[in-house]
Design a protein around this ligand. Structure first.
Ligand SMILES: [Zn+2]
Ligand SMILES: [Zn+2]
Length: 862
């Protein structure tokens, strides 16, 4: 799902980060120097040398010489040797056996606990014992304790250590200051970190202090501030190191700051740091996202003297970013080592590269991604949020309901469904796999109150994409009416305006217009164009034109939306006038503009086939746009409308590609205006030959046969269709009342006021019949008795929706109805009579455009 970068949800989905922000400098965890300044005796030097390579041998030697019990420094050396080797229990044993523990013994063990990942409380307990022993903590003690707090994410204990350090007067120490910075940044308490940083004296900061704050800013996504801080750092004469440069490259990659990233690259070349592993990895990450070509990534990769799994994964990701899936998979096969980040990169890459390719390929990519996920689970690799999100996205792409249920069960079983991103991906997957019920259940059970907008966004956009417009509207109204309007961004607004247009939901559309004005979103081109289009489709032509004219900048989409508004009102002349205006202003039309203008020529008051021909020919000769199938179809329709069937046939014969369904359908549709039976049969024959599977071809043919009273043929066509298991799109009409959609199918009795509607229709039909309305049963295609035919006709969906609208409309109010397909001739004639009998304006938009019934006449003049 795409969410605009300006939205509050811009960090969706969780990013795949190959280069992590730099780890705390290792110097923080170095072991304390000997506690006495005097040079150690030779025996101890030998002991220490032995300890460096073999702690157990050194331990034995120290026990044998009796030094272990008597000499704290010897015991400390053995303990440190064990800690260096990662043997915490052995170190602890030495510590516990010591008689005279000094501050260095405690500090060393606390640091060891921090480095080897013990709970911070264990380090704190050691500090407590240290003070009971009457020993004062040193700066090394605090560094060890604070590091433990940072690693285990324990800011409460960290703040206590901070207070204690302040009491001991050790906060001024650079080592302690840096450890405090690192602890607060790692624990997410950036404000406290800044206070420590500001409290440090200007000269009392070193590169590690700056790096800690820099890493914090990058972690928080405050990329511009990171670069500002870097400026201050350089102004203060502090030389950047590899941690500084890696942090800045991450900031440049994530903050889309190309020039800054290139400047950092230049700086790393100048300082010779580009040979460093972490800087090289960060450069790969930066160029994978912002390089002009994958060559930048390859060149950095090849220049690195030492490469690790992150470098290889970076190269793989680079190929994926540039759509070179096969090359990426080649890297995957060749790399010496893989970790879960590697797998995530492949998974994410598969999902990314499904766009713009054939559905079958996307499906394949999705299934391949899932295969990879299965392998990760089997191999016991770490499953992160990115992995799970990737697997869910892959599943959504594959759109396999069964598989999606399995993956869903796995996610619940492994307890991963805890992050809003994963839950959002779950909702999206359910919708794409057709599991609407489950999606709504997930939505209702949403637990992440602070990020509810993510759930809304995914549910809403998924509903829009899948044509579930009523669900989209009801989801949107929940946000709109709650106190969460800050979550409505331009992307969501554009999507909902589109739905308002499709449904003809004028009231909501108008509210969204004021909303956009209030929150300064009118200047976003997508929103402005969506408003024009919404007004046009809602039949509000005046609003369309006035909004269009007040737009500061109109692009071709705006012009097309305006022309569409006129086209829906069948205003051919007005469109040709708009076209003249475009030519005068030198506005560049696109292929959609031409499609609209050509179509307009069937709605002029007199034969405009000449004008249409001129426009059609100018497409390629003047504007360099080759006419596509749709343009031919539209031209054929115009020619047929004005009775130029010979030219229409000639045009079809001269097409550079073989005429498709669209062209024959247009010819057939244009015939229904006149009664050119020969031409109709010809068009029909071609249609059925081209697309026997298309149910609409059958329905069309069947309609045609029954109109010309060839009932038998019609019945055959329908039978054939039933056998092939085809279904036609059900006709549906709807109207709005009290901001609620009221939707009707034919013979629909599900509406709560169904009885009133039926009774009202019975009365109105009698009334209309008195005024000359005669139900035209040729529009009923079922072979039933005449009285039954009337029954079918009476309850066509557009009649039901209009009747409901008439019952609800106040005096002087226009009844507005939208129908998803073209209404039949009988409904049209009934509505003409109804507008006269009720003295009300009735506006119906069907697939051919607007019909405004007023005083017994329709605006379409059909
Ligand atoms: Zn009808
Ligand atoms: Zn009409």
């Amino acid at each position: 799902m795409a969410i605009s970068t300006s939205s509050p949800a811009s960090s969706f989905p969780p990013r795949l980060r190959l280069t992590s922000p730099p780890a705390p400098p290792t110097s923080l965890l170095s072991f304390p120097p000997p506690s006495t300044p005097s040079p150690p005796p030779p025996a101890h030097a030998a002991l220490r040398a032995a300890a460096a390579s073999d702690p157990r041998a050194a331990h034995a030697a120290a026990v044998k010489s009796g030094a272990l019990g008597a000499d704290a420094r010897a015991a400390n050396a053995v303990m440190c040797a064990y800690l260096r080797a990662g043997l915490l229990a052995d170190a602890r044993e030495v510590f516990d056996a010591m008689r005279d523990r000094d501050a260095a013994s405690y500090s060393a063990l606390i640091s060891g606990h921090a480095r080897l990942g013990s709970p911070a409380a264990a380090a704190a307990e050691l500090l407590r014992r240290m003070r009971l022993d009457g020993l004062d903590p040193t700066e090394y003690t605090f560094v060890g304790l604070l590091t433990a707090c940072a690693r285990r994410g324990n800011p409460r204990l960290g703040a206590q250590a901070h207070a204690l350090a302040a009491k001991s007067g050790l906060c001024a120490s650079l080592l302690v200051g840096n450890a405090l910075l690192g602890m607060y940044v790692k624990c997410g308490r950036f404000g406290d970190a800044l206070r420590v940083f500001d409290g440090m004296e200007e000269g009392g900061r070193d590169v590690s202090s700056w790096n800690a704050v820099l890493a914090g800013l990058v972690e928080l996504g405050r990329h511009e501030e990171a670069f500002e801080l870097f400026g201050e750092m350089r102004a203060g004469g502090v030389r950047p190191d590899r941690f500084t440069l890696s942090s800045l490259l991450v900031a440049a990659a994530e903050g889309f700051s190309l020039p800054e990233g290139e400047a950092v690259h230049a700086l790393s070349l100048k300082s010779g740091l580009e040979m460093d592993l972490s800087v090289g990895n960060a450069l790969i990450g930066f160029y994978a996202e912002h390089g002009d070509s994958v060559d930048y990534v390859i060149s950095v990769f090849q220049g690195m003297p030492v490469k690790d799994v992150i470098s290889w994964t970076g190269l793989l990701n680079g190929y994926m970013e540039f759509g070179l899936v096969d090359m990426a998979l080649d890297v995957f096969d060749r790399m010496p080592e893989r970790n879960f980040v590697t797998y995530n990169a492949v998974l994410t890459g598969f999902c990314q590269n499904k766009e713009g390719v054939r559905v079958t390929f996307a499906k394949k990519a999705g299934l391949r991604g899932l295969g990879l996920f299965r392998r990760m689970v089997q191999d016991g690799l770490e499953i992160s949020d990115v992995t799970v999100t990737g697997a869910l996205n892959a599943c959504a792409i594959a759109a396999e309901r069964k598989v999606s249920e399995q993956v869903h069960a796995f996610v619940i079983k492994c307890g991963c469904g805890s992050s809003p991103w994963i839950d959002a991906a779950l909702i999206d997957m359910c919708i794409k796999c057709g599991r609407y019920g489950d999606a709504h259940l997930l939505f209702e059970q949403w637990q992440h109150v602070e990020s509810f907008h993510i759930a809304w966004s995914s549910l809403l956009l998924a509903s829009v994409r899948d044509g579930e417009y009523e669900k989209a509207i009801s989801t949107f109204l929940q946000i709109f009416r709650s106190s969460n309007v800050q979550f409505i961004d331009d992307f969501m607004l554009t999507a909902v305006l589109g739905v308002c247009g499709t449904l003809g939901f004028t009231e909501l559309g108008k509210q969204l217009h004021s909303f956009a004005a209030k929150y300064g979103l009118l200047c976003v081109p997508g929103v402005g164009n969506a408003i024009i289009s919404m007004y046009g489709k809602c039949g509000e032509l005046e609003d369309t034109v006035s909004f269009f004219e007040r737009m500061p900048l109109q692009d071709s989409v705006s012009w097309n939306a305006r022309i569409t508004a006129h086209l829906l009102q069948r205003q051919g002349e007005e469109i040709l006038e708009v076209w003249n205006q475009m030519e005068r202003l030198n506005i560049k039309p696109d292929s959609i503009t031409f499609l609209l203008i050509i179509s307009a020529c069937s709605h002029t008051s007199s034969d405009s086939a000449d004008k249409c021909r001129e426009l059609f020919l100018s497409m390629s000769s003047t504007f360099g746009i080759e006419p596509a199938m749709e343009h031919y179809a539209a031209f054929v329709y115009v020619l047929g409308c004005w009775g130029h069937f010979d030219e229409a046939e000639q045009l079809i014969g001269s097409m550079p590609f073989s005429p498709g369904v669209l062209v024959w359908r247009s010819l057939l549709d244009s015939c229904s205006k006149g009664s050119n039976m020969t031409m109709r049969r010809k068009a029909m024959k071609h249609l059925l030959a081209l697309e026997p599977q298309d149910p609409s071809s059958y329905v069309l043919t069947s309609n045609l046969f029954s109109e010309s009273a060839r009932w038998h043929s019609s019945e055959n066509t329908r039978l054939e269709m039933r056998e092939k298991g085809m279904r036609k799109i059900p006709a549906r009409s709807w109207t709005f009342h009290d901001n609620t959609i009221h939707s009707f199918f034919a013979r629909d009795r599900s509406h709560p006021q169904s009885k009133d509607i039926q009774a009202g229709l019975d009365v109105l039909i009698l009334e209309c019949m008195k005024a000359g309305y005669e139900p035209d049963t040729t529009f009923v295609l079922h072979d039933v008795e005449e009285y039954q035919k009337r029954h079918f006709l009476i309850y066509h969906s557009v009649k039901l929706a209009t009747m409901y609208g008439l019952l609800m409309a106040g005096p002087g109010q226009t009844v507005r109805v939208v129908k998803n397909i073209r209404m039949c001739g009988d409904c049209h004639s009934f509505l003409e009579h109804a507008s006269a009998a009720t003295d009300k304006d009735i506006s119906v938009r069907d697939s051919s455009g607007f019909h405004i019934f007023r005083g017994g006449k329709c605006s379409c003049k059909d």
